[in-house]
Design a binder for this molecule. Structure first.
Ligand SMILES: [Zn+2]
Ligand SMILES: [Zn+2]
Ligand SMILES: [Zn+2]
Length: 255
């Protein structure tokens, strides 16, 4: 049986100590029902990697480019009617097809210059990944989506491990800060990071005393939130709360 190989498959068979030799490649071709066996140089002299969803332990910053290149290569072969398979984590193709040789050559030449076959697709996947990561990690308020947050960022966080991602900054430009105590997002005119949500403010209330609820209601009517130190001041100034919260305060001050 006469099996056709592409240049890279021949070179790889010669040079790689662990990869298949030509004889094994011919057997693989036979298994796949092909009369040729081709591989794709990823631009560095290694075979272009297959992307599969099982590799999710990898860092996004290697996973996403691998996926883009794999899907682009696959689409190019498919559009030309060239049969492909995955073998040993690589994309391999039927080198009996003349069109396949041209495609493999083009991909390698492109990748030798620039590591990504489709920049637009890469940005799209990075964006989606960032949105998913933010929506998983932060319980966003109902009227804010992960897309809104990413849109506010100076650059899209391209990797959940390696890129920095300042969600608090982005949320601040959307008018939100986190409650200092429970991390709930509060929409506040002043985003100082020192405000607490109404629920947490309510927990500061001392017994039946209305000083804190009254103060918080006043702010609420103006769409504002108290800070922890505001609440402390209110209670310091309250005849009922002061002796309960600071039982030794009076003695110390000599009052
Ligand atoms: Zn990474
Ligand atoms: Zn809170
Ligand atoms: Zn009070």
């Amino acid at each position: 049986m006469d099996v056709k190989f592409n240049d890279f498959a021949r070179r790889y068979a010669d040079s790689s100590r662990y990869g298949p030799d030509l004889h094994e490649m011919a057997e693989l071709a036979f298994d796949f029902g092909w009369r040729g066996f081709g591989m794709v140089d990823d631009g560095t002299g290694e075979p272009l990697a297959e992307w599969d969803t099982h590799n999710y332990y990898n860092c996004d910053c290697s996973e996403i480019p691998t996926r883009v290149n794999y899907e682009s290569a696959l689409a190019a072969f498919k559009a030309a009617g060239v049969d492909t398979h995955s073998h040993n984590g690589w994309i391999v193709w039927d080198a009996a097809s003349r069109a396949g040789h041209e495609i493999a050559r083009k991909i390698s030449a492109t990748l030798a210059d620039y590591p990504i076959l489709d920049d637009e697709r890469l940005s799209e996947l990075e964006w989606d990944n960032a949105v998913r990561m933010i929506e998983d990690l932060y319980r966003l308020p109902d009227d804010v989506t992960g897309d809104d947050v990413v849109r506010e960022m100076p650059e899209v966080p391209y990797c959940s491990n390696c890129s920095s991602c300042d969600v608090e900054d982005a949320m601040a430009s959307l008018g939100y800060s986190q409650c200092m105590d429970c991390s709930t997002w509060i929409k506040s005119l002043v985003c100082s990071g020192e405000h607490v949500c109404y629920d947490c403010a309510d927990r500061e209330r001392e017994g039946d005393c209305e000083c804190v609820p009254n103060y918080v209601d006043g702010l609420r009517n103006m769409g504002l939130y108290p800070t922890a130190s505001d609440l402390r001041e209110i209670q310091r100034g309250c005849e009922t709360c002061y002796p309960v919260r600071w039982p030794h305060g009076g003695a110390k001050l000599g009052v």
